[in-house]
Design a protein around this ligand. Structure first.
Ligand code: FE
Length: 193
């Protein structure tokens, strides 16, 4: 078994109780509904936590050679509460590596990008590892002209850690699908005015 495969199994071992990411059955898991836009539908804010670093590089992929972990692609649309897509919204992502560690010295697994003319984004990365006290999550800051910035976190369905995490919010669950070589997550952001 090549090291990458072995490490993937290691990564998911912690999630086996939860099942979702450790099981091929995930392919049949129905996608959770994408949050609708509307006056009360703004994406909930969450703490940025202790590991945010400003000035991340602009890039669509956080993958680097020899990076451990399960490949993950996150896609979605940024909308306003009026349901209209927000073009050129800045999305700044950061998360832990497969071992649950943040890079606080450099910018590994940190990067920002801008939504396209239809408000779409696409992030290529790895599934974040878990670390003590927290459910598996991705941090994000979203910012668009004439709107208050949003700092929040995205979570993964079927994780045992969700129920144990005091700040977990089901409104921030991604819709997750799985394929042989990559997990695909979908999340649409709704920015307030
Ligand atoms: Fe974190």
């Amino acid at each position: 078994m090549p090291p990458s495969r072995r490490e993937f199994l290691g990564v998911v071992a912690g999630a086996t109780a939860a099942g979702a990411l450790g099981s091929r059955a995930l392919a049949q898991t129905p996608l959770t509904p994408t949050p609708a836009c509307g006056a009360d539908a703004a994406t909930p804010a969450q703490t940025e936590g202790p590991y945010f670093k400003p000035s991340s590089p602009e890039r669509l992929s956080l993958l680097e050679p020899e990076m451990r972990g399960r490949r993950l692609v996150v896609t979605g649309v940024v909308r306003g509460t009026d349901c209209k897509p927000v073009p050129r919204a800045l999305l700044d992502f950061w998360h832990a590596d497969a071992g649950g560690r943040y890079d606080n010295a450099g910018y590994r697994l940190r990067g920002h990008q801008f939504t396209d003319a239809e408000g779409r984004y696409r992030l290529e990365t790895i599934l974040p590892g878990v670390y003590p006290g927290r459910a598996r999550h991705i941090h994000v800051k979203a910012q668009a002209p004439n709107r208050p910035p949003l700092t929040t976190q995205l979570y993964f369905p079927g994780e045992a850690g969700n129920a144990r995490d005091g700040i977990f919010d089901p409104a921030l669950l991604v819709a997750l699908a799985d394929a042989a070589d990559v997990a695909t997550a979908r999340f649409d952001f709704v920015l307030s005015r």
